[in-house]
Design a protein around this ligand. Structure first.
Ligand code: HEC
Ligand code: HEC
Length: 133
Protein backbone atom coordinates (compact mmCIF):
# COMPACT_ATOMS: atom_id res chain seq x y z
CA UNK A 1 0.00 0.00 0.00
CA UNK A 2 2.72 2.40 1.04
CA UNK A 3 4.59 1.80 -2.22
CA UNK A 4 1.45 2.49 -4.27
CA UNK A 5 0.81 5.72 -2.46
CA UNK A 6 4.37 6.86 -3.03
CA UNK A 7 4.13 6.00 -6.73
CA UNK A 8 1.01 8.09 -7.04
CA UNK A 9 2.67 11.05 -5.33
CA UNK A 10 5.70 10.82 -7.62
CA UNK A 11 3.50 10.59 -10.73
CA UNK A 12 1.50 13.58 -9.53
CA UNK A 13 4.69 15.55 -9.06
CA UNK A 14 5.93 14.69 -12.52
CA UNK A 15 2.66 15.91 -14.04
CA UNK A 16 2.85 19.14 -12.02
CA UNK A 17 6.42 19.77 -13.18
CA UNK A 18 5.47 19.14 -16.81
CA UNK A 19 2.55 21.59 -16.59
CA UNK A 20 4.77 24.18 -14.91
CA UNK A 21 7.37 23.97 -17.69
CA UNK A 22 4.73 24.22 -20.42
CA UNK A 23 3.29 27.34 -18.75
CA UNK A 24 6.78 28.86 -18.45
CA UNK A 25 7.21 28.20 -22.17
CA UNK A 26 4.01 30.11 -22.93
CA UNK A 27 5.14 33.10 -20.91
CA UNK A 28 8.24 33.49 -23.08
CA UNK A 29 7.30 32.26 -26.54
CA UNK A 30 10.42 32.84 -28.57
CA UNK A 31 13.02 34.71 -26.59
CA UNK A 32 15.07 34.67 -23.44
CA UNK A 33 14.87 38.48 -23.30
CA UNK A 34 11.96 40.04 -21.47
CA UNK A 35 12.03 43.82 -21.87
CA UNK A 36 12.59 44.59 -25.54
CA UNK A 37 10.57 47.52 -26.90
CA UNK A 38 12.51 48.32 -30.07
CA UNK A 39 14.44 45.17 -31.00
CA UNK A 40 12.46 42.17 -32.27
CA UNK A 41 11.21 40.12 -29.29
CA UNK A 42 12.70 36.94 -30.79
CA UNK A 43 16.16 38.45 -31.43
CA UNK A 44 18.91 35.83 -31.02
CA UNK A 45 21.42 36.30 -28.23
CA UNK A 46 24.16 36.39 -30.87
CA UNK A 47 22.61 39.39 -32.64
CA UNK A 48 21.76 41.12 -29.34
CA UNK A 49 25.38 40.74 -28.22
CA UNK A 50 26.60 42.16 -31.52
CA UNK A 51 24.33 45.21 -31.10
CA UNK A 52 25.24 45.81 -27.43
CA UNK A 53 29.00 45.39 -27.95
CA UNK A 54 29.82 46.52 -31.49
CA UNK A 55 27.11 49.13 -32.05
CA UNK A 56 26.46 50.55 -28.58
CA UNK A 57 29.69 50.09 -26.56
CA UNK A 58 32.09 50.76 -29.42
CA UNK A 59 29.84 53.26 -31.21
CA UNK A 60 29.50 55.45 -28.11
CA UNK A 61 32.81 54.57 -26.41
CA UNK A 62 31.03 53.44 -23.20
CA UNK A 63 30.53 50.19 -21.29
CA UNK A 64 27.36 48.28 -20.43
CA UNK A 65 26.91 50.19 -17.14
CA UNK A 66 26.47 53.46 -19.05
CA UNK A 67 22.93 52.34 -19.93
CA UNK A 68 22.24 49.40 -17.59
CA UNK A 69 21.56 49.92 -13.87
CA UNK A 70 23.15 47.85 -11.10
CA UNK A 71 21.09 45.29 -9.18
CA UNK A 72 20.15 46.40 -5.66
CA UNK A 73 23.01 45.74 -3.24
CA UNK A 74 25.37 44.41 -5.89
CA UNK A 75 27.59 45.59 -8.71
CA UNK A 76 26.03 43.09 -11.10
CA UNK A 77 24.03 44.72 -13.88
CA UNK A 78 20.29 44.26 -14.17
CA UNK A 79 19.85 44.26 -17.95
CA UNK A 80 16.04 44.12 -17.72
CA UNK A 81 15.72 47.26 -15.58
CA UNK A 82 14.82 50.60 -17.19
CA UNK A 83 16.11 52.63 -14.22
CA UNK A 84 18.82 54.53 -16.11
CA UNK A 85 17.66 57.42 -18.32
CA UNK A 86 20.49 56.58 -20.75
CA UNK A 87 18.69 53.32 -21.61
CA UNK A 88 15.53 55.24 -22.47
CA UNK A 89 17.49 57.77 -24.54
CA UNK A 90 19.15 54.85 -26.33
CA UNK A 91 15.71 53.44 -27.23
CA UNK A 92 14.63 56.71 -28.77
CA UNK A 93 17.98 56.91 -30.62
CA UNK A 94 17.38 53.37 -31.92
CA UNK A 95 13.96 54.39 -33.28
CA UNK A 96 15.43 57.53 -34.84
CA UNK A 97 18.29 55.57 -36.45
CA UNK A 98 15.85 53.07 -37.98
CA UNK A 99 13.66 55.91 -39.28
CA UNK A 100 16.61 57.76 -40.83
CA UNK A 101 17.63 54.63 -42.72
CA UNK A 102 14.12 53.82 -43.93
CA UNK A 103 12.93 57.32 -44.76
CA UNK A 104 16.01 59.13 -46.07
CA UNK A 105 18.19 56.31 -47.37
CA UNK A 106 15.52 53.88 -48.66
CA UNK A 107 16.85 50.95 -46.60
CA UNK A 108 14.13 48.28 -46.82
CA UNK A 109 13.07 46.97 -43.37
CA UNK A 110 16.13 48.26 -41.50
CA UNK A 111 17.23 46.43 -38.32
CA UNK A 112 19.79 47.50 -35.72
CA UNK A 113 23.05 45.63 -36.33
CA UNK A 114 22.25 44.96 -40.03
CA UNK A 115 25.29 45.38 -42.27
CA UNK A 116 23.12 47.24 -44.84
CA UNK A 117 22.38 50.26 -42.64
CA UNK A 118 23.56 53.61 -43.98
CA UNK A 119 23.25 55.51 -40.66
CA UNK A 120 24.38 53.78 -37.43
CA UNK A 121 25.13 55.02 -33.91
CA UNK A 122 28.75 55.46 -35.00
CA UNK A 123 27.80 57.84 -37.84
CA UNK A 124 26.99 60.56 -35.30
CA UNK A 125 28.65 59.36 -32.10
CA UNK A 126 31.98 58.31 -33.61
CA UNK A 127 33.06 56.57 -30.37
CA UNK A 128 31.78 59.28 -27.97
CA UNK A 129 28.71 59.40 -25.73
CA UNK A 130 27.95 62.96 -26.85
CA UNK A 131 28.42 63.66 -30.57
CA UNK A 132 30.70 66.58 -31.34
CA UNK A 133 32.65 66.49 -28.08
C1 HEC B 1 23.88 52.89 -25.24
C2 HEC B 1 23.11 52.12 -24.27
C3 HEC B 1 23.42 50.65 -24.06
C4 HEC B 1 24.63 50.04 -23.84
C5 HEC B 1 26.01 50.69 -23.81
C6 HEC B 1 24.35 48.63 -23.64
N1 HEC B 1 23.01 48.41 -23.71
FE1 HEC B 1 22.05 46.61 -23.43
N2 HEC B 1 20.27 47.49 -23.89
C7 HEC B 1 20.09 48.81 -24.19
C8 HEC B 1 18.70 49.04 -24.53
C9 HEC B 1 18.08 50.36 -24.94
C10 HEC B 1 18.05 47.79 -24.41
C11 HEC B 1 16.56 47.50 -24.68
C12 HEC B 1 16.34 47.39 -26.19
C13 HEC B 1 14.85 47.37 -26.55
O1 HEC B 1 14.01 47.87 -25.80
O2 HEC B 1 14.53 46.82 -27.64
C14 HEC B 1 19.07 46.83 -23.98
C15 HEC B 1 18.82 45.48 -23.72
C16 HEC B 1 19.77 44.58 -23.27
C17 HEC B 1 19.50 43.22 -22.89
C18 HEC B 1 18.14 42.53 -22.91
C19 HEC B 1 17.52 42.55 -21.52
C20 HEC B 1 16.09 41.99 -21.51
O3 HEC B 1 15.92 40.80 -21.18
O4 HEC B 1 15.16 42.73 -21.84
C21 HEC B 1 20.69 42.66 -22.52
C22 HEC B 1 20.94 41.23 -22.05
C23 HEC B 1 21.70 43.68 -22.67
N3 HEC B 1 21.11 44.84 -23.12
C24 HEC B 1 23.03 43.49 -22.40
C25 HEC B 1 24.01 44.46 -22.59
C26 HEC B 1 25.43 44.20 -22.40
C27 HEC B 1 26.03 42.87 -21.95
C28 HEC B 1 26.08 45.38 -22.67
C29 HEC B 1 27.58 45.65 -22.69
C30 HEC B 1 28.37 44.73 -23.51
C31 HEC B 1 25.06 46.36 -23.04
N4 HEC B 1 23.83 45.76 -22.98
C32 HEC B 1 25.32 47.67 -23.39
C33 HEC B 1 21.05 49.80 -24.16
C34 HEC B 1 22.40 49.60 -23.99
C1 HEC C 1 21.71 61.49 -36.38
C2 HEC C 1 22.72 61.49 -35.33
C3 HEC C 1 22.62 60.45 -34.22
C4 HEC C 1 22.48 59.08 -34.36
C5 HEC C 1 22.36 58.25 -35.62
C6 HEC C 1 22.52 58.54 -33.01
N1 HEC C 1 22.64 59.54 -32.10
FE1 HEC C 1 22.65 59.35 -30.05
N2 HEC C 1 22.82 61.37 -29.86
C7 HEC C 1 22.87 62.28 -30.90
C8 HEC C 1 22.97 63.62 -30.37
C9 HEC C 1 23.06 64.91 -31.20
C10 HEC C 1 22.98 63.50 -28.95
C11 HEC C 1 23.07 64.62 -27.91
C12 HEC C 1 21.66 65.06 -27.59
C13 HEC C 1 21.62 66.19 -26.61
O1 HEC C 1 22.53 67.02 -26.60
O2 HEC C 1 20.66 66.21 -25.82
C14 HEC C 1 22.87 62.06 -28.68
C15 HEC C 1 22.82 61.53 -27.40
C16 HEC C 1 22.74 60.18 -27.11
C17 HEC C 1 22.72 59.62 -25.78
C18 HEC C 1 22.78 60.41 -24.46
C19 HEC C 1 24.25 60.58 -24.10
C20 HEC C 1 24.47 61.25 -22.77
O3 HEC C 1 25.65 61.40 -22.37
O4 HEC C 1 23.48 61.60 -22.10
C21 HEC C 1 22.65 58.25 -25.91
C22 HEC C 1 22.59 57.22 -24.80
C23 HEC C 1 22.63 57.97 -27.34
N3 HEC C 1 22.69 59.15 -28.03
C24 HEC C 1 22.58 56.71 -27.88
C25 HEC C 1 22.56 56.43 -29.25
C26 HEC C 1 22.50 55.09 -29.80
C27 HEC C 1 22.48 53.79 -28.98
C28 HEC C 1 22.45 55.23 -31.15
C29 HEC C 1 22.31 54.15 -32.21
C30 HEC C 1 21.14 53.29 -32.06
C31 HEC C 1 22.48 56.66 -31.44
N4 HEC C 1 22.55 57.35 -30.26
C32 HEC C 1 22.41 57.20 -32.72
C33 HEC C 1 22.85 62.00 -32.25
C34 HEC C 1 22.71 60.73 -32.81
Amino acid sequence: MLVNKRTRVVTGLAVAVTIASITAGWAKPDSEFVNLKVLPKDVSSKILQHIMIDEFEDGLGVNCAFCHAEQKGSHKLDYVSDAKPEKQIARSMMRMTLKLNARYFQVHRPGLGDPGLVVTCTTCHNGKPMPGE
